[in-house]
Design a protein around this ligand. Structure first.
Ligand code: GH3
Ligand code: MG
Ligand code: MG
Ligand code: MG
Length: 314
């Protein structure tokens, strides 16, 4: 028996690109040649709101791993041809890089196969016949851990904004997707004005507080879909999916005014103010390449600086 009749449609190419960023659904990949097992587990996980993709062989499993980028993988120890240990070893590097737990499923748990599984890179090894409840709990636990550690890698620890690495990924993936659909996608680059003197006069600690406050204000002002990134030391980026340049400019103007009006306090109680400058660029046509947005927004930012700072240029 194989799983050819199992409706586990692997999502590929455009379809996957189109649903993944928006839905944030977790994909679970099950590599197992037992049709009954697959059908039952697929139903259990789908009930929990996960998407399930199934593979009957090592080869199919690897292909799906690459195409679907699952968040969790269950690998049966006894596959036809290449066994589960070989699959573990072949997926191990990619899985570590993507922070994807690989879990081995075995008919019986002997000390020997447990050791072999862990040595081959398994995160866990489970008996095949555990209850649905336990399986669900293990999956939820592993997915929550993955989500938390994934987030950590994307976030700047000082401000809680996303980091530059994530900005690059968002521009590449989401920006390209929006551009190809002709949906506007706008990027703002912000740089705090004369920030070095702020640090020099009031100290780094207070400088840090200024950066945190700026991120708070940006977050407060923008829509849920807009994301704030720390691009560099005192430089930030905001991505506005689906928003045209002019509207984004209005938003950034409002934050610019509010931030410039905000009083910060030195240790001796003396009040001071800080401003930022911003450059904004958006894509609106299919031929626009989102990676160029950074370069273009940076030029606009440079203009804003050149024209006296505390202003926004498009
Ligand atoms: P400009 O208006 O031209 O942008 O002037 P500037 O002083 O802001 O620019 P410059 O690039 O000369 O200085 C940036 C300063 O930002 C220098 C650096 O100490 C400070 N900075 C970078 N990262 C941090 C940080 O995490 N915390 C604090 N407190 N300061 C930082
Ligand atoms: Mg700077
Ligand atoms: Mg600078
Ligand atoms: Mg600056």
């Amino acid at each position: 028996e194989t799983l050819t009749n199992i409706p586990a449609e692997p999502l590929t190419g455009d379809a996957l690109e189109a649903i993944k960023p928006a839905s944030e659904t977790s994909f679970i990949l099950i590599i197992n040649h037992d049709v009954d097992y697959l059908t039952e587990k697929k139903a259990i996980f789908e009930q929990e709101g996960y998407q399930v993709v199934a593979a009957a062989t090592a080869e199919q499993g690897r292909t799906l791993f690459d195409n679907v980028q699952p968040s969790l993988v269950f690998i049966d120890q006894d596959l036809p041809g290449e066994d589960g240990f070989q699959v573990l070893r072949s997926l191990r590097l990619a899985a570590e890089k993507l922070n994807v737990p690989l879990i081995m499923v075995a008919n019986t748990l002997t000390e020997e196969n447990q050791i072999a599984a862990y040595e081959a890179g398994a995160f866990d090894i489970l008996a095949k016949r555990i209850s649905s409840k336990l399986l669900r709990t293990i999956a939820a636990n592993r997915l929550a851990h993955k989500e938390a550690t994934d987030r950590e890698v994307l976030v700047d620890s000082l401000t809680g904004a996303y980091n530059r690495r994530h900005l690059e990924a968002v521009l590449e993936e989401r920006g390209r997707l929006f551009a190809s659909d002709g949906i506007p996608f706008t990027l703002a680059l912000l740089d705090v004005d004369h920030f070095k003197p702020v640090n020099d006069q009031y100290g780094h600690h207070i400088g840090d507080e200024v950066l945190r406050e700026l991120v708070r204000m940006l977050r407060q002002k923008f829509r849920a879909a807009d994301e704030v990134f720390r691009y560099g030391g005192e430089e930030f980026a905001v991505v506005f999916p689906g928003l045209a340049t002019e509207k984004a400019r209005q938003f950034v103007e409002e934050v610019r005014e509010a931030f410039a009006a905000k009083a910060f306090y030195a240790r001796d109680g003396q009040a001071f103010q800080v401003t930022f400058s911003a450059g904004i660029k958006g894509t609106s046509a299919a031929h626009d390449y989102p990676a160029l947005l950074l370069e273009k927004a940076d030029k606009a930012l440079y203009e804003a600086k050149r024209c006296g700072r505390n202003n926004v240029r498009v």
